[in-house]
Write a protein that binds this ligand. Structure first.
Ligand SMILES: Cc1cc2nc3c(=O)[nH]c(=O)nc-3n(C[C@H](O)[C@H](O)[C@H](O)COP(=O)(O)OP(=O)(O)OC[C@H]3O[C@@H](n4cnc5c(N)ncnc54)[C@H](O)[C@@H]3O)c2cc1C
Length: 388
């Protein structure tokens, strides 16, 4: 007998897990199909930054709604997401002060605790940092969380509400009849459903092709590494996106520092490439920039470095909504920033699927049609794409 569901979610990363949780909380019968295990994709390699600062207000709104989930996890979801409230600095050269001030003001208008700080205050907040003529947006309540833990507690809560997870199961085709999806075929049998969601991260383009749809989602490859922290580095260390020097870093517990670069990411290639190794020059480039910003790191060494891959769109923003055959939805193209928004995206996508429109959050700016219609999303006060 063929299995049936109301909604099939392809991919059990943090996005698929969040969507499954929100759908199951509304009483939908959900099956999540995952070719490997949760966390096998971008989620398991994510740096886990949780902040609201974005150039695009629609994204800041999703991050702000999601932030409230991270801060109240046990009551809303149960279990743990590993949220650490370290504070967050977005550092820019003084020449970009107008844009930074405008963005921070728009975040304050949402209710976010965000303010603009100059060099002296940056040094007070983060005494290890060497700061020149720079300014930062400061969010004292932001920090980082554990992406794998977040996904698995969303999945556990979804299963408590009746969702089923088919792990180790690859979706191999998405049948369409009369212009509408009818379910999936997989390495472990068929499931019939009137709704199928592509939450397949770096594999999203291939999954959409199974439904006859071509989507502009490329593979984005990004290296991160961990350095040991010695007493030469003054604490506390907040989460820092250092746009002046093209990198970000954050503490991992008390003894490690996680670093990633904004440039040098590879665009394109196979989503199935190995991710155990970082680019050969990653460690040297990251170390050089880090020591300029945090001189106390001069004696630190890398403990490890590796890569991760996500789906990247032309405007480096997610694709959320219905596209292709009726009943086929996209929750993908999260472009290296889709961890912190997962709680709100899942909420909005569940409303779109079950009610025909998202009402708790606005996901309409991320509509799949914008690329064909040449309407890329651009920050209200100007921007440069974060991944270069
Ligand atoms: C190195 C790195 C650092 C990042 N840092 C941050 C950060 O600090 N903050 C932030 O907000 N975001 C960050 N991101 C982005 C964020 O992690 C991703 O946007 C997010 O995890 C995407 O989740 P997902 O569920 O869409 O995809 P994934 O986690 O990739 O999950 C997709 C799943 O689909 C499965 N799948 C694929 N094809 C099939 C198939 N045919 N059948 C069944 N299953 C299939 C895969 O096995 C995979 O588990 C980072 C990403 C990377 C790679």
């Amino acid at each position: 007998m063929t299995d049936t569901a109301d909604v099939i979610v392809i991919g059990a990363g943090v996005q698929g897990a969040s969507l499954a949780f929100h759908l199951a909380s509304r009483g939908a019968r959900v099956v999540v199909v995952e070719r490997s295990v949760s966390g096998a994709g971008a989620t398991g390699r994510s740096s886990g930054l949780v902040r609201v600062y974005y150039d695009l207000l629609a994204e800041a709104k999703l991050a702000w709604v999601s932030y409230q989930w991270f801060g109240d996890w046990d009551a809303r979801v149960g279990g743990a997401c590993g949220f650490m409230r370290t504070g967050f600095l977005w550092i820019e050269p003084a020449s970009l002060a107008d844009r930074l001030r405008a963005n921070s003001a728009s975040h304050r208008a949402l209710g976010v605790d965000s303010r603009v700080v100059g060099p002296a205050e940056i040094r007070d907040i983060a005494p290890a940092l060497e700061v020149g003529e720079e300014i930062a947006a400061y969010e004292p309540e932001s920090g980082y969380a554990d992406p794998s833990m977040t996904a698995s507690s969303f999945l556990a809560a979804a299963r408590d509400r009746g969702a089923r997870l088919m792990a180790g199961t690859e979706v191999t085709s998405i049948p369409v009849s009369g212009g509408r999806v009818t379910g999936i075929r997989s390495s472990r049998g068929d499931v019939d459903a009137p709704v199928v969601v592509d939450a397949a991260g770096a594999w999203a383009r291939g999954v959409a092709a199974l439904a006859g749809l071509d989507i502009p989602v490329d593979v984005w490859r990004h290296d991160t590494g961990y350095l040991g922290l010695t007493d030469a580095v003054a604490r506390p260390i907040p989460v820092v996106i250092d746009n002046s020097r093209g990198m970000y870093f954050r503490p991992e517990g008390s003894d490690l520092l996680l670093v990633g670069l904004e440039d040098g990411s590879e665009m394109g290639g196979s989503p199935d490439r190995e991710t155990v190794t970082a680019n050969p020059d990653f460690r040297a480039t990251a170390a050089e920039r880090l020591v300029q910003r945090v001189p106390g790191l001069a004696e630190s060494t890398f403990r490890s470095a590796h890569a991760g891959q996500d789906g990247l769109t032309p405007d480096q923003r997610a694709i959320l909504g219905q596209a292709g055959p009726d009943g086929f939805y996209l929750d993908c193209g999260h472009s290296g920033t889709g961890f912190k928004t997962a709680p709100a995206v899942g909420l909005g996508m569940a409303e779109l699927i079950l009610d025909g429109a998202a009402t708790s959050v606005d996901i309409s700016p991320f509509d799949p049609g914008r690329f064909a219609e040449n309407r890329p999303l651009v920050g209200e006060h100007g921007e440069e794409l974060i991944w270069r």
